[in-house]
Design a protein around this ligand. Structure first.
Ligand code: 9D3
Length: 246
């Protein structure tokens, strides 16, 4: 059965175009993944469909209340017999990484809850067993774009979602160095051979496929060292002596 992803948000209108476009759009059309977007306000009570309130202890901003959110999550959970793994997109979350994307792609059902305001009542996070996820160290205005990033990263890993099956394995973060650490992608070139006085590296025109592979691998290592020295530390068994300069 196809992976099912439920998204809970107060801005459901943000999802239509991204979910209809490119690899995600095609995967949904082909039944490789099923994505359902739910408006949390449907479960809000009162005349103004209120979902947030002022923080106990004072301070700026508003806090998502327990009741509308738990009602929404519990109702959406019942829409399918499979239990969901639930994530709250939050700037205070644990980083979303490629290994996590792979784990998500191997699961049957995900629920992605989009945060807003200054946060969500902590008791709801505990009660609903939410794992908080961040997509990086920058401040967005809500969890909707992060939820779409998760949908994209997970969907492209599902069998049947890509045009050519091995392009997912060749991207940045899935190429690996000799210690198993992730490597950034190498530079790419296409025609013309010379453009504004800039030429394509000779080796790429040599027809020597072994030399080309070696050049690409070396460029990946050089780029990773230059741009992302932190990645060398991500080898499954830790960096080896030579990668620490010993
Ligand atoms: C005053 C503290 N702010 C945290 C830096 C509060 C706050 C800011 C922004 C609370 C929520 C948000 C909206 N962002 C997200 O919901 C979010 C997010 C992000 O901003 N960056 C990276 N990943 C994510 S996942 C969800």
């Amino acid at each position: 059965m196809a992976l099912r992803i439920d998204i809970l948000t107060i801005f459901p209108e943000m999802f239509a175009a991204p979910l209809a476009t490119s690899i995600v759009g095609r995967a949904i059309a082909q039944g490789v993944v099923e994505v359902h977007v739910h408006d949390i306000r449907r479960w809000a009570s009162g005349a103004h469909n209120k979902v947030d309130d002022r923080p106990f202890g004072g301070g700026p901003g508003m806090v998502f209340m327990c009741e509308p959110l738990t009602a929404a999550v519990e109702a959406v959970e019942q829409l399918d017999a499979r239990p969901s793994t639930r994530f709250l997109l939050s700037p205070a979350g644990t980083p979303f990484t490629q290994p996590l994307a792979r784990a998500c792609a191997a699961s049957a059902r995900l629920m992605l809850i989009c945060g807003h305001y200054e946060g969500i009542d902590e008791r709801a996070i505990e009660e609903l067993s939410l794992t908080e996820l961040s997509i990086g160290d920058f401040v967005l205005s809500g969890g909707e774009i992060p939820a779409l990033a998760v949908v994209d990263a997970v969907t492209r890993l599902l069998p049947g979602s890509l045009g050519h099956e091995d392009s997912a394995a060749q991207d940045s973060f899935t190429l690996h160095g000799e210690d198993g650490e992730p490597l950034l992608d190498c530079p790419h070139y296409t025609r013309p051979r010379e453009w504004r006085g800039r030429i394509v590296p000779d080796v790429l025109l040599s027809g020597d496929h072994q030399a080309i592979s070696q050049w690409r691998h070396e460029e990946s290592i050089r780029r990773t060292r230059e741009r992302r020295p932190d990645l060398a530390a991500q080898a499954p068994s830790g960096p080896r002596a030579h990668t620490r300069g010993i």
